[in-house]
Each structure stands twice: as structure tokens, then as C-alpha cells.
Design a protein around this ligand. Structure first.
Ligand code: PRP
Length: 202
């Protein structure tokens, strides 16, 4: 039996589609149920940012999570495979017509991705103030909470509809299959077989 933590929503559905193609079984979470057990798999329906936590602690052998989430904290996990799902980037969002002013003595940035933003500016040896938010990031520069934002951009539509322009990209992201280290060694054959089968359907 393999336990696999999936991030609630579209990525979970797209991952389960890949499992259906790879294993010839249909996998659907029933109504509000958070566990789906079938054909030797136990899928867990968890919040995106919680996936690495379940895998780190061994409550799940495997997980599916965006590279951006993995970058935000240093997890001791194995990155097995790029599932090529949920492609997006972490980028700056600026008020339309404005540019990132690298000469300003201090830039204030609102983001969910504190660590990624901090690293970016550390490399440039620039002083920034980072304000942590948990959602609706695009709102922050519109009401003067910050100069700009660092956020996930997929189509760019959310920024556009809120009077922002997509600025420089910090990193590209997509959903990756990750493994708990102990599980990987204890269930190596099962996990590598799964990886190969899924890989064949990418
Ligand atoms: C992300 C991000 C933007 C939106 C960008 O939020 O924070 O709001 O997607 O997508 P777009 O470029 O296609 O408009 P997400 O849907 O991941 O939800 P979250 O804020 O709950 O993480």
C-alpha cells in the first residue's frame, strides 16, 4: 500500500487522471471524504502547503506539490518526478505603468512566498521589507500596503483584472511527485514502478 498526499483541487484531479491512465482504475474522492482507498493506493486530500508536511513526517509515502511550495521551506524529501501539471511562475506584480525601482532605498513587498522573495533580494544585496499575506495578494499594492507583490502567475488574468502588470519572473514552477526518504528505501520497487508508469503518461 502506498499513501499519497494530493493538493486539494485541480492538481489532485489531474494527478488522479494520470493514475487512471497508468493503472486502469478510476480514482475519485467521494463527496467530502478526505481519504480515497483503492487498488493498493490511499490518497489523502490535503491543503497544497500541507503536502510536504504529511510526506516529511511519513504520514504519506508520496505527495504532489508545486516547486514553489518546496522552495518556501527546506524539506528533507526526495523529488521524484516533474508531473508537468499546474505550470506557473512566481513573479513580481507591479501597478500598471510602474517599474521595479532597484535604486529606491527600501522596497515593500507583499507575498505569500516570503522565503523566495527574500532570497531574490539577498542575491541582489537589496534592503526590502516583506509583508506576509495568505491570499488576495493582488489587492495589497492597490490600497498602498506595499510597492509591489510577488505571487503566482498562471494566465496573468488576476493581475490584469486588478490593474497590475506582470513583472520579472523569479522562478518557474510545476507540480512534482515527492517521496519520504524512509518510504523510498523501504518501498523502493513499488515507488519506482509507480514513477515509471506515471512517467509513461506525461
Ligand atoms: C494564484 C495566485 C493568483 C492566481 C493567479 O492563486 O495567488 O491569485 O492564482 O492565476 P492567474 O495568473 O491565472 O490569474 P491560487 O488560485 O493558487 O489560490 P491561493 O491564493 O489560494 O493559493
Amino acid at each position: 500500500m502506498l499513501t499519497i498526499a494530493l493538493p486539494k483541487g485541480r492538481i489532485a484531479e489531474e494527478t488522479l487522471d494520470k493514475f487512471e491512465k497508468a493503472f486502469g482504475e478510476k480514482f475519485i474522492f467521494e463527496d467530502r471524504k478526505l481519504i480515497l482507498e483503492k487498488a493498493g493506493f490511499r490518497f489523502l486530500n490535503v491543503r497544497n502547503q500541507d503536502v510536504p508536511t504529511y510526506v516529511m513526517h511519513g504520514a504519506a509515502d508520496l505527495g504532489v506539490v508545486g516547486l514553489d511550495v518546496l522552495e518556501e521551506k527546506e524539506y528533507d524529501l526526495i523529488k521524484l518526478l516533474d508531473l508537468q501539471l499546474g505550470r506557473c511562475k512566481v513573479a513580481f506584480g507591479l501597478r500598471a505603468g510602474e517599474q521595479l525601482d532597484f535604486n529606491k532605498s527600501k522596497i515593500t513587498i507583499a507575498t505569500k512566498h516570503e522565503v523566495i522573495a527574500k532570497k531574490y533580494f539577498e542575491q541582489k544585496a537589496m534592503a526590502v521589507e516583506i509583508i506576509k499575506l495568505y491570499g488576495s495578494i493582488e489587492l495589497a499594492p492597490l490600497v498602498g500596503l506595499c510597492d509591489c507583490i510577488v505571487d503566482i502567475v498562471e494566465t496573468g488574468e488576476t493581475m490584469k483584472q486588478n490593474g497590475l502588470e506582470v513583472g520579472p519572473t523569479i522562478m518557474e514552477s510545476s507540480a512534482h511527485l515527492i517521496a519520504n526518504k524512509n518510504s523510498f528505501y523501504a518501498k523502493k520497487d513499488l515507488i519506482l514502478d509507480l514513477k515509471e508508469r506515471i512517467e509513461a503518461h506525461l
